[in-house]
Write a protein that binds this ligand. Structure first.
Ligand SMILES: Cc1cc2nc3c(=O)[nH]c(=O)nc-3n(C[C@H](O)[C@H](O)[C@H](O)COP(=O)(O)O)c2cc1C
Length: 323
């Protein structure tokens, strides 16, 4: 496959893994990159720039293909400005091929990153933000629909509408995310003008993702209406699996709880533990509506190969119906 994204990032297929706190680690990243996509190491898994450097070097031992790093610039009690500075500096020094930024724009780092040959993309949920990202000099923009796991923008616009709106509004390449899982969604995203897709939830259901088998079973069993938006009332909405914990958060939000009262329920350590121990009710497990489309656990290579093959077949068939 050839799009501006495959050319820009030096990858075989325009299939990218998004940031996944606790899950996007060297082994999964390398498996995705080795399969021809772009793997991801999520910087916020690590406490310092040097820990991130060690993870990057570990990944380089596992793959010679391009890799990506996610840096999430959201209000945080764990990270200081200095640590964020170090994350970006380490990525430039280690010549990471691509950085995915989310949250606050990384304007002050762009020059340093570009001088080091790093390509930078930013995840947005609105046309106005996509236009800013282009103006700041980013290389690509990710259009993230409300379906996505993680923290969709509270504009609440779906991938189906947001993607073509952003495509018609900027000239830099657009990557689609939120609800992408298979060849059908890859074909749809390409048809709507995307030059690549980014997925996270679907990559959890791969053999190389180090989660407990209970999590895989839960992703297969649950349907598209089994996620919920928590923390909307405090302006920090996040999409997670409906479970005991998210019900508890919604209950206290209903009673007017503030962020200080909600945060203890959302401890990062609890989710880290829940992913590996498989207690699906113990923490807020960030997943997208795409869980409704997850039917099996595959290797990353099987997933990427089937997506490309199916998308090609679909797009060729559709062309045939105009003859
Ligand atoms: C378990 C999980 C953790 C995530 N953590 C982050 C994160 O740390 N930073 C970030 O920018 N996005 C994060 N996201 C959002 C994804 O990178 C991506 O934008 C989104 O999940 C795409 O939609 P999908 O879930 O339908 O594939 C996370 C998503 C999941 C499923």
């Amino acid at each position: 496959m050839k799009t501006r994204i495959t050319e820009l990032f030096g990858i075989e297929y325009p299939i990218i893994c998004g940031g996944m706190l606790w899950l996007a680690v060297p082994e999964l990243c390398a498996a995705i990159s080795n399969a021809g996509g772009l793997g991801n190491i999520t910087a916020c898994n690590y406490d310092s720039g040097e820990d991130l450097r060690a993870a990057i070097q570990q990944t380089r031992q596992l793959t010679s293909k391009p890799i990506g790093v996610n840096i999430t610039l959201m209000p945080s009690m764990r990270f200081t400005e200095e640590i964020y500075d170090d994350f970006f500096k380490v990525c430039a020094e280690e010549k990471i091929e691509v950085i995915e930024v989310s949250g606050k724009p990384a304007i002050k780092y762009l020059d340093m990153l570009h001088k080091a040959g790093v390509k930078v993309m930013h995840k947005v949920g609105a046309v106005r933000h996509a236009k800013n990202i282009e103006r700041f000099g980013y290389d690509a923009v990710i259009a993230a629909g409300i379906e996505e796991g993680g923290h969709p923008l509270n504009d609440d616009v779906t991938t189906m509408v947001l993607l073509p709106r952003i495509v018609e509004s900027v000239n830099i390449p657009v990557i689609s995310t939120g609800g992408i899982v298979d060849g059908r969604s890859l074909a749809a995203a390409l048809s709507l003008g995307a030059e690549g897709v980014l997925m996270a939830t679907r990559f959890i259901a791969t053999k190389e993702c180090a989660v407990h088998p209970n999590i895989w079973q839960e992703l297969i069993d649950r349907q598209e209406n089994d996620t919920t938006l928590i923390c909307k009332s405090v302006g920090l909405q996040g999409r997670a699996l409906k479970n005991d914990l998210t019900r508890q958060v919604l209950e206290i939000e209903e009673k007017g709880a503030d962020l200080g009262q909600i945060i203890p329920l959302l401890s990062g350590q609890k989710s880290k533990q829940a992913w590996v121990e498989g207690d699906v009710n113990a923490a807020a497990l960030m997943v997208g509506q795409s869980i409704g489309l997850i039917k099996e656990v595959t290797t990353c290579a099987e997933l990427i190969q089937s997506m490309v093959k199916d998308a090609e077949a679909i797009l060729t068939e559709k062309l045939a119906c105009f003859k």
